[in-house]
Design a protein around this ligand. Structure first.
Ligand SMILES: [Zn+2]
Ligand SMILES: [Zn+2]
Length: 135
């Protein structure tokens, strides 16, 4: 009796260990995917990886790749007012104001602009394309 009882206990413990190993394996895979994915993203310097940014002051639009963004940060082109509402700000190459914000790029004509002004959605200045609400 005592032997059978301890065998049951033994197999239960084995199952718990197996589940533990499986959970660790899943967590480990996710962790490594995260580690591998991040540095690659930061070094991207291809036209496809570029994101649209536009000046809130003069309307100047430009595409910035993640690598370019890093370079601008190192050059000190990041403004103190970048902390405003948790968003980053870059210096505008045209008007020199710290007013560059993440913008949108019109899929029809490539116009880069800020999709929201004074809480209202801004349409593309060229073709009146409406940016998605979640920007
Ligand atoms: Zn500007
Ligand atoms: Zn447009």
């Amino acid at each position: 009796m005592a032997t059978a009882q301890s065998q049951v206990e033994e197999s239960k413990r084995g199952l718990v260990v197996k589940i533990g190993v499986a959970v660790l394996a899943i967590l480990g895979a996710g962790y490594f995917a995260f580690l591998r994915g991040n540095p690659e993203n930061e070094q991207l310097d291809t036209p496809e990886s570029a994101a649209p940014y536009a000046c809130r002051s003069c309307g100047h639009g430009m595409l910035v790749t993640p690598a370019e963004f890093d370079r601008l940060l190192q050059q000190g082109a990041m403004g103190a007012d970048g902390a405003e509402r948790g968003r980053s700000a870059l210096r505008c190459p045209k008007c020199q104001k710290m007013a560059i914000r993440r913008g949108v790029r019109c899929p029809k004509d490539g116009q880069i602009f800020l999709p929201v002004k004074d809480g209202k959605t801004v349409l593309c200045p060229q073709c009146k394309w409406r940016p998605p609400e979640n920007y």
